[in-house]
Write a protein that binds this ligand. Structure first.
Ligand SMILES: Cc1ncc(COP(=O)(O)O)c(C=O)c1O
Length: 386
C-alpha cells in the first residue's frame, strides 16, 4: 500500500531508543548533538526578529512562484547576485526536492561524495531518485575522488551534490578541486548542486579553500547554489531557503523550476516579508554564533591537550567537529556507553558515513559543550589516554 520510496521499517536504532527512555524517565543528559541554534542559549535580537515578522504585507496573498520580488532582492543583495536568478523555497531541504524533480526521472541517480549530510538519501529517495554515495579519498582530509566519481557515473546519472563547507567534516572544496569538478560535470552533461548553508562559518579554513561557488559566473555546466535563513541567520523556524542559478545552463532551467514552485507556493507571507529585515540582522546573529563556535572549539582543544589518545579533524567551517578516538568498540556501543555512564549524547561517526569506528561527531553549538566534552574525555581516556 505504501510507496517503495519510503523506508521499509520505521524502527528506531538503539541510540534513539535509549534517548527516548532517558526522556521518558526524566533523566537529564548533555546533548552534544544539538544543532538547533534556537535551543543553545545564543543571543538573538528578539525585538528585531518579531518586528520583521509583523509587516503589513503579511495580511495579503500575492503569490509569485519564484518568491516575492522584494524578498528575492534582499537575498540577491546578500549574495551579490541577480534577483532574477533566484527561486525561493520553504527550506534548503525543499530546494533539493525541487531540483531533483527538475533534473531527474524516477530511477535516475545523483552522485554524493561521502561522508556528507545524511538527509540526502531520503530527500532523493522521496523523489524516486538514488543518491549514490562516492567515498572521498582519505588522506589528512577528505578529497574528492574523481576516479571513483567517474566509476560511479552511469547513463542515468544527472547531477553531483556537494556541500561547501561540508557537514559534518567542515571541509571546504579546494581551489584545485573546483575546476576539476566543473569539468567532470560538463563532460558528462551533469548538473552541479552546491549546498552552501554553512559558507559564512569559516573557522580554520585551508589557504586554498573555495569560499563560495557563487564566484563562478560562467560555469560550463548547470550550477545551482543552495542556502537559506536556517544557517545564515540561525533561524530554521522561519522556513526560508533558496536556489541561485549560476550561468546560462542553469538560468535556462529557471522557468521549469518556477513551474515546480508554482504547484506548491510554499513560502509563507511572513517569511517573504521578513527576508530583508532578517538578513539585515544576520551579521549580528552570526557574530554571536561564531563566538560560541570559537569558544567551544577552544574548550575541545583544551580537553584534547589533556588526553593524548584523542584528537580532532581540522574544523575548516560549519557547526560541528569530528573527534578521533581509539577504535576499541563499535561506534554505537561507545555512544550508548557515553550516554549511560557519562550522561552525554554524542553521535557515532557512522551516522554520517565516516569510515569504520573511532570517530565521534559533536555539535559546537551547545552552551554546556565544555562540561559535556570534559565528561566525554574523562570517560574515553580516563588516565590521560596512555
Ligand atoms: C548541509 C545541510 N544542508 C541543508 C540543511 C537543511 O537546511 P534547511 O533547514 O534550510 O532545510 C542542513 C541542516 O542541518 C544541512 O546541514
Amino acid at each position: 500500500m505504501i510507496s517503495r520510496r519510503l523506508p521499509g521499517s520505521f524502527e528506531s536504532n538503539a541510540l534513539s531508543r535509549e534517548i527516548a527512555a532517558f526522556r521518558a524517565q526524566g533523566r537529564p543528559f548533555l546533548d552534544l548533538t544539538s544543532s538547533n541554534p534556537t535551543r543553545c542559549g545564543l543571543p538573538y535580537p528578539e525585538a528585531g526578529i518579531l518586528a520583521a515578522l509583523a509587516a503589513p504585507s503579511v495580511l495579503a496573498y500575492d503569490p509569485d512562484p519564484r518568491g516575492a520580488a522584494r524578498a528575492r532582492e534582499a537575498v540577491a543583495a546578500w549574495h551579490g547576485v541577480d534577483p532574477g536568478d533566484l527561486v525561493l523555497t520553504a527550506s534548503t531541504s525543499e530546494a533539493y526536492g525541487w531540483l531533483f524533480k527538475l533534473l531527474c526521472d524516477p530511477g535516475d541517480q545523483v552522485l554524493v561524495p561521502s561522508p556528507s549530510y545524511p538527509l540526502f538519501h531520503w530527500l532523493a529517495a522521496l523523489e524516486g531518485v538514488e543518491a549514490r554515495q562516492v567515498p572521498a579519498l582519505r588522506t589528512d582530509r577528505w578529497d574528492l575522488d574523481f576516479q571513483a566519481l567517474a566509476g560511479a557515473a552511469t547513463p542515468r546519472t544527472r547531477a553531483v551534490v556537494v556541500v561547501n563547507p561540508n557537514n559534518p567534516t567542515g571541509q571546504f572544496l579546494s581551489r584545485e578541486e573546483w575546476p576539476r569538478l566543473l569539468a567532470f560535470c560538463a563532460e558528462r552533461g551533469l548538473a552541479l548542486l552546491v549546498d552552501e548553508v554553512f559558507a559564512d562559518y569559516a573557522l580554520e579554513p585551508a589557504p586554498d579553500h573555495l569560499p563560495t561557488a557563487l564566484g563562478e559566473a560562467d560555469p560550463p555546466c548547470p550550477l545551482f547554489v543552495l542556502s537559506g535563513l536556517s544557517k545564515i541567520a540561525a533561524l530554521p523556524q522561519i522556513k526560508l531557503g533558496w536556489i541561485v542559478a549560476r550561468g546560462a545552463p542553469a538560468r535556462a532551467c529557471l522557468e521549469p523550476l518556477a513551474f515546480i514552485a508554482d504547484q506548491y507556493l510554499s513560502v509563507s507571507a511572513p517569511a517573504l516579508a521578513a527576508a530583508g529585515p532578517l538578513l539585515a540582522l544576520a551579521p549580528g546573529i552570526q557574530a554571536g554564533l561564531r563566538a560560541r563556535l570559537a569558544s567551544n572549539l577552544a574548550a575541545l582543544d583544551a580537553e584534547l591537550a589533556r588526553r593524548p589518545s584523542l584528537s580532532r579533524a581540522r574544523v575548516e567551517g560549519g557547526w560541528s567537529a569530528i573527534l578521533r578516538v581509539p577504535a576499541l568498540e563499535p561506534g554505537e556501543d561507545l555512544a550508548l556507553r557515553l550516554l549511560r555512564e557519562a550522561g552525554v549524547l554524542i553521535h557515532p561517526g557512522h551516522f554520517f558515513d565516516l569510515p569504520g569506528d573511532g570517530h565521534l561527531v559533536c555539535s559546537l553549538l551547545p552552551a554546556d559543550f565544555p562540561e559535556g566534552i570534559g565528561r566525554v574525555g574523562k570517560s574515553i581516556a580516563p588516565a590521560g589516554g596512555k
